[in-house]
Design a protein around this ligand. Structure first.
Ligand code: GLP
Length: 264
């Protein structure tokens, strides 16, 4: 696992956007095959998406040959609801870039047959060639996508019941009203994320410090599903001085030293 530490979320987001764009461009230079990316929602990726939008508009990267799959979606929330992950993604990314509408995939939380929807999603990912890169965030309790604590690290796309903690944290998007937050969601599994050739996780701010400590220094455990990243050959956490604040001083120094050595 690599840990990239930047001063704040603005600098971390710039790093992530430029890294993703470079990966898209590198594949496009040698292959006609699409770049398959996993995408996340939440407040964390917004600055990364803003920089990717700027880069698309400046001609520095194109999403014309990119296929995306989002991580998750609430169950039972109308697609047009401003806080559906469909609305979020169009608002903060898709409406401003050149990705083809048919290449955008987001789980349908209103599907009549939810199990069939989840199975079809896993198949569509395989049919697209599998993920080149998965961009994720992390919940305060260390959950990745909506894989709440005690989700299997072998889990695949499925319906999940949200924890009270997650619903309370997400109430800020629903007029602060916990009761308006849907109780269930569809989510890719931990194993779906880890099937990607590469995984990049964004985590900024002191509220994520405990999650990062558990994921980086704790044992690999279903208690903190982000810790599954420890078993991935190409996992990167992009964080800031606040979110990395709970790890041991020597871990912090080690990550800084690795990055310095690689850039030397
Ligand atoms: C939700 C999403 C996660 C996201 C998390 C953190 O639970 N399902 O994918 O990582 O929120 O959100 P934020 O970035 O707003 O802290």
């Amino acid at each position: 696992m690599k840990v990239i530490i930047r001063k704040n979320s603005a600098e971390g987001s710039l790093w992530a956007a430029h890294y993703i764009a470079a990966k898209i461009n590198a594949k496009a230079a040698v292959s006609d095959k699409p770049f398959v990316i996993g995408l996340c929602t939440g407040s964390t990726p917004i600055e990364t998406y803003a920089e990717l939008i700027r880069m698309v508009k400046a001609g520095e990267v194109s999403f014309k040959n990119v296929i995306s799959f989002n991580m998750d979606e609430y169950v039972g929330l109308p697609v047009e609801h401003p806080e559906s992950y469909h609305s979020f993604m169009h608002r903060y990314l898709f409406d401003h870039i050149d990705e083809k509408p048919e290449n955008i995939h987001i789980l349908d939380g209103n599907a009549k047959d939810i199990e069939a929807e989840c199975a079809a999603y896993e198949k569509a990912i395989v049919d697209a060639g599998g993920f080149d890169l998965f961009l994720g965030g992390v919940g305060e309790d260390g959950h990745i996508a909506f894989n709440e604590p005690f989700s299997s690290l072998e889990s695949r796309t499925r319906v999940v019941t949200l924890t009270q903690d997650t619903r309370e944290v997400n109430a800020r998007f629903f007029d602060g009203d916990f009761n308006k937050v849907p109780k269930q969601a569809l989510t890719v599994g931990v194993a779906t994320v880890l099937s990607s050739k590469e995984v990049v996780i964004l985590a900024f701010g002191s509220k994520k410090a405990r999650a990062l400590k558990d994921a980086i220094e704790g044992p690999m455990s279903h208690y903190c599903t982000l810790s599954g990243l420890q078993a991935h050959p190409a996992g990167t956490i992009v964080c800031d001085e606040n979110s990395i604040g709970e790890v041991k001083v020597n871990s912090y120094r080690y990550f800084k030293a690795v990055e310095e050595a690689e850039n030397a």
